[in-house]
Design a protein around this ligand. Structure first.
Ligand SMILES: *Cc1c(COP(=O)(O)O)cnc(C)c1O
Length: 430
């Protein structure tokens, strides 16, 4: 459920017609609903009300500071995967004692930054990382609270690019070898072992893979406690799916109930790292039709946003519903919705049945709140689009549209290429 609905054939975001926002900020733009963000965070967090837990929003799914701030004010923490994300989170006022740090390639400088910031926990993913974390902690005179991210080898039955908990994936330490690594970590002066963690994948639409993973973690915890390690936290990662098309993922309540059952008597604090399930359906990408190309074989709607703005269709062949911002009752056609980028893989939708569009019409790419803006780039030298949050009858730009000058920020011409040097063959030797 979200707050992007039609009234008299006009698409609204909460109480504002989407077209009115487009008139003000131009296109394309990401548009988030404050009410939806709030409701999704609450629905998730409150589902676990009976379990000692911490909801750490996985900010790689959407790292806009206004959104981080909103969740922080609701008591949420964050799951970070880089020093840059830590910087954003701290700037947004996230409590460091609610930050967990995941990621397969953490750099020493970022580990140091996180240590100095006093984050809750590092989810270490390799023996070498455990050593570097320890060295860094000893050097700065702090102890790092650490969990090992184990790979429980369960199949989340999702897209291969977003499944992370299988043996062949690059993430985590094989669960069979975990005890050995825990023993090493426990003997290091810079570390305090506090938890176990896993993250098995994304866009998971059933509860059973999570339950399977948790059961494997439980066995591990018993083993670790058996050798005297105090395990206080179980981090189950994120991964709960959403409805893009016809998927029917479990409600967070069902997810929480299944997890709660398994956790009974374990005496741990549960950490959750939801991303997509909170923000995915709380955002849309609004884009304008530039051209319609009616070829013999096909109809193309060329719109002003592209794979650089929303990468998921090109990267994962993901489905995003496309809805007209104004329903005009025209004939239904089958069309490809494509962007201006010079790649055949640049599409937002393929073979989609939808109302005929004309140049200047606006369409909304639905379910674009997660892994949308945060994965965007400036490929083809396209400035990044703006982000807007609507709240009731008002809307706020929460990230400005970039301009051409942003595209070249930081680029430098070496002296021998300076622009004020005469170009050879021009104005010379006449
Ligand atoms: C990406 C990621 C998440 C969030 O996944 P969602 O599917 O968006 O919920 C959580 N934890 C880790 C470690 C991740 O890499």
């Amino acid at each position: 459920m979200h707050h992007f609905q039609y009234m008299d054939n006009v698409l609204y975001a909460e109480d504002v017609p989407v077209a009115a926002i487009a008139r003000k900020v131009g296109t394309p733009f990401y548009l988030y609903s404050h009410a939806t963000l709030t409701r999704h965070f609450k629905a998730f967090d409150e589902a676990f009300a009976n379990i000692r837990h911490l909801t750490c929003f996985s900010m790689k799914s959407n790292s806009n500071m206004a959104i981080l701030r909103l969740f922080a004010l609701m008591g949420g923490g964050v799951d970070i995967v880089s020093g840059g994300e830590l910087y954003r989170a701290l700037k947004a006022g996230v409590d460091p004692s609610k930050i967990v740090y995941s990621g397969v390639g953490k750099e020493a400088a970022d580990l140091e930054y996180a240590l100095e910031s006093g984050i809750l926990m590092f989810n270490a993913e390799s023996a070498q990382e455990i050593q570097i974390l320890n060295d860094t902690a000893e050097r700065v005179g702090r102890r790092a609270r650490v969990a090992i991210r184990v790979n429980p080898d369960v199949d989340p039955k999702t897209h291969p690019y977003i499944s992370t908990g299988l043996k062949e994936n690059k993430f985590g330490i094989d669960i069979q070898e975990a005890v050995r690594h825990y023993s090493v970590a426990a003997g290091l002066k810079g570390l305090t072992v506090v938890g176990v963690s896993c993250h098995i994948g994304s866009q998971i639409t059933r509860v059973s893979p999570f339950v399977d993973a948790l059961n494997k973690l439980k066995e591990l915890i018993e083993g670790l406690r058996g050798i005297g390690l105090g395990i206080q936290y179980v981090d189950l990662g994120g991964g709960l799916g959403i409805t893009y098309d016809k998927e029917a993922p479990p409600h967070p309540r069902d997810y929480a109930r299944a997890i709660g059952r398994e956790l009974k008597g374990l005496d741990v604090t549960l950490i959750l790292e939801p991303g997509r399930v909170i923000v995915g359906n709380a955002g849309i990408l609004v884009t304008k039709v530039l051209y319609t190309k009616i070829k013999q074989e096909k109809i193309f709607f060329v719109v002003d946003s592209a794979m650089n703005d929303l990468m998921r269709p090109s990267l994962y062949n993901s489905y995003h519903a496309i809805q007209p911002v104004t329903i005009r009752g025209r004939e239904t056609v089958r069309a490809d919705v494509v962007g201006p980028v010079c790649e055949s893989g640049d599409f937002l939708a393929r073979g989609r049945e939808m109302e005929m569009q004309e140049p200047g019409d606006l369409v909304a790419v639905m379910s674009a709140g997660a892994y949308g803006f945060s994965m965007s780039s400036t490929y083809n030298s396209r400035p990044r689009v703006c982000e807007v949050m609507v709240k009731g009858e008002r809307f706020y730009t929460i990230r400005e549209r970039e301009g051409f000058e942003d595209l070249i920020r930081g680029e430098k011409l070496p002296d021998f290429l300076a622009v004020d040097r005469a170009v050879q063959g021009q104005g010379e030797g006449q």
